[in-house]
Design a protein around this ligand. Structure first.
Ligand code: SF4
Ligand code: SF4
Length: 290
């Protein structure tokens, strides 16, 4: 069973919610957490990973290299590179490896033989370790400026499948990019976290189109629901019409910030807080559903 927590907009409290759900759901079942927010993975901090058991480079791409001894400096490759990553240096040209997408165009247009070659590149890592709560976490970690976040998340999911568990809980990236698509694909449920603002709803509706495309059952959580009650109700009615169950409304709670400062799940450090009470109800609903 795979449950993915996602949000169209960033900063709506998705990781705080995921960390608390992981903490609660792990009490009654074998779970594996997966941080699929490859650009900014940070679930490991909230779930207290002390050390990684394994950190494997993902060799999913290649970058081009110009042999400066053989390059005549004609500049044809620089004109045709679709990513504008080739630049002149002295009397030849060089490639900015961080920008290179390995598309091969430069090597096709170069009039000289064997000037441009390719080498494997590591866009990121798949790592896993035990959380302080007794269940494993797998993290997809993209290196700065590298593409292929979707492939990296796919690799991380492959790693997660090696663990025997009842529930794979995925913390997806915000937005609707490749890594989000890789997270949603194969899910049994996607929880869309939304705040009661026009911007958050707009982004959530874009995300829901992807969820719908993959024919995954969508659920919703309205976070900070009390900061704009009328709009929260509007979202609920809107989602009901789309057959999306709102499984919880979480009030604004300063305890979330305090828990972030402590680097722990809210439900662990502030169990009686309004946030925690709402999350406990959501976890009970999920227990019945999953
Ligand atoms: S492989 Fe593609 S992206 Fe990389 S330098 Fe050549 S043309 Fe540019
Ligand atoms: S096209 Fe070939 S020879 Fe010309 S600048 Fe590029 S690498 Fe050098």
């Amino acid at each position: 069973m795979q449950l993915t927590v996602a949000s169209g907009k960033g900063g709506v409290g998705k990781s705080s919610i995921t960390a608390s759900l992981a903490f609660l759901l792990s009490k009654n079942r074998e779970i594996v957490a997966l941080d699929a927010d490859a650009d900014t993975p940070n679930l490991e901090i909230l779930l207290n990973v002390k050390e990684w058991t394994e950190k494997k480079p993902f060799e999913g791409e290649r970058v081009a290299l110009i042999d400066s001894q053989k390059c005549t400096g004609c500049g044809i490759c620089a004109v045709h590179c679709p990513y504008e990553c080739i630049y002149p240096e002295d009397n030849h040209y060089r490639i900015n490896e961080i920008l290179c997408e390995g598309c091969n165009v430069c090597s096709v247009v170069c009039p000289e033989e064997n000037v441009i070659n390719f080498k494997p590149a590591v866009p990121g890592y798949v790592k896993w370790g035990m959380t302080s709560y007794g269940f494993p976490i797998i993290t997809a970690e993209l290196l700065p400026g590298r593409p292929n976040s979707g492939k990296l998340v796919f690799e991380a999911k492959k790693k997660a499948k090696q663990f025997d568990c009842d529930l794979l809980l995925v913390d997806a990236a915000a937005g609707i990019g490749c890594s989000v698509i890789a997270s949603i694909n194969g899910s049994d449920y996607v929880i869309v976290v939304v705040e009661p603002t026009e911007i958050s709803l707009f982004d959530a509706e874009r995300l829901l189109k992807i969820v719908d495309h993959f024919r995954v059952k969508a659920l919703a959580i309205i976070n900070k629901s009390d900061v704009n009650r009328d709009f929260s109700e509007k979202i609920e009615i809107l989602f009901e019409r789309k057959d999306i169950e709102v499984i919880g409304k979480i009030p604004y709670d300063r305890a979330v910030v305090e828990a972030l400062i402590k680097g722990k799940p809210v439900v662990e450090v502030f169990p009686g807080s309004p946030f925690s009470k709402a999350i406990e109800k959501i976890a009970s609903t999920l227990e019945e559903l999953l």
